[in-house]
Design a protein around this ligand. Structure first.
Ligand code: FE2
Ligand code: FE2
Length: 252
C-alpha cells in the first residue's frame, strides 16, 4: 500500500569513540517504529578511526530503516576518511559526498561542507595562500552540493550537511567561533535548487531551527543540542513529509 506520510529522523555529532560500547544503541532502540529513514549528519566517529567506524555500525545494528549520511570534520581527524566511509557504507549507511540517493521516493543530496563564516563577514579569497585554500575548499564543497542538488528529480528533496549553511542555527555558540561552524556559500546552491528541508550538525550549542532566505526550514540536529533542548525525546529530530503535498512538518 502506498504511504501518505514519510517520517525522517535526523541526528549528527554522535562522536562514537573507543569507549562508546553499549552507549549509542539505546538512543535508537525505538527508531524503527518512530521513523522511515534515518539521516546522520556527520561526526559519526570521534577521531575518524576504522575501529570507531566498526563500533558505530555495531551500535546501530538494530536500525533496520534506510540510513543516509555525510561525514563530519571529526571523521577526518586521523586521515582515514576513505576507510571510514567504506566501513559505514558496508554497514548500511549510504555516505554522500556530493552524491545523491533516492530513498522511498525522497531525494537526498549530501555534503560535509566547510568553514568560512556568514554573510558580509565571510572569509574572502585574498592574501596568503593558506587563506585562499580555505576559501577554495568552501567553494568546492558548495559546488559539489550545487551539482548534486541539480541532479535530484524527486518531488521531495532533502539536503544533508555537517556544517551549517546559515547563521540562524549557530546562535547560542560563542560569537568568536561562528566562522568555524559553517559558511553562507553553502546556502547559495540551496536557494538555486529548492529543497523541502536542510539538516546539519556540527553546531553543538546552537539553535534547533532556522530558515534559508527562501524560508526553507534548516534543522540543526547535533546530538548534544538535541539532548540539551529536547531532553524528554530520543536524541534525533523527526520531520514528517506528507507525500501528497510539497510541505513538511516537524513533529517535535
Ligand atoms: Fe561534532
Ligand atoms: Fe563537527
Amino acid at each position: 500500500m502506498e504511504k501518505d506520510n514519510l517520517r525522517i529522523a535526523a541526528v549528527g555529532d554522535i562522536h562514537c569513540g573507543k569507549n562508546s560500547h553499549g552507549l549509542i544503541a539505546p538512543f535508537f532502540a525505538n527508531i524503527n517504529d518512530q521513523a522511515d529513514i534515518l539521516i546522520l549528519c556527520g561526526d559519526l566517529t570521534d577521531y575518524g578511526t576504522p575501529e570507531e567506524a566498526h563500533l558505530f555500525i555495531k551500535e546501530l545494528n538494530a536500525v533496520k530503516i534506510p540510513m543516509v549520511g555525510v561525514l563530519g570534520n571529526h571523521d577526518f581527524e586521523t586521515g582515514q576518511a576513505e576507510e571510514v566511509t567504506k566501513i559505514l557504507n558496508a554497514g548500511g549507511i549510504t555516505i554522500l559526498d556530493g552524491d545523491t540517493v533516492e530513498i522511498l521516493g525522497v531525494g537526498f543530496a549530501g555534503i560535509k561542507g566547510y568553514i568560512g563564516g556568514f554573510g558580509r563577514h565571510s572569509l574572502g579569497a585574498w592574501g596568503e595562500a593558506g587563506i585562499k585554500n580555505i576559501v577554495n575548499e568552501a567553494i568546492s564543497e558548495a559546488l559539489k552540493l550545487d551539482s548534486a542538488l541539480a541532479r535530484l528529480r524527486t518531488t521531495h528533496r532533502v539536503a544533508v550537511l555537517h556544517y551549517s549553511p546559515i547563521i540562524g542555527t549557530v546562535h547560542g555558540e560563542p560569537v568568536e567561533i561562528y566562522p568555524f561552524l559553517g559558511n553562507s556559500r553553502l546556502e547559495e546552491p540551496l536557494l538555486r535548487n529548492p529543497v523541502n528541508a536542510v539538516f546539519h550538525g556540527h553546531v553543538h550549542k546552537g539553535t534547533l531551527e532556522g530558515t534559508l532566505m527562501s524560508g526553507t526550514p534548516v534543522y540543526n540536529v547535533a546530538m548534544p543540542l538535541l539532548k540539551a533542548k529536547i531532553p524528554d525525546h530520543p536524541p534525533y529530530r523527526i520531520v514528517e513529509f506528507d507525500l501528497h503535498q510539497k510541505d513538511e512538518k516537524s513533529s517535535i
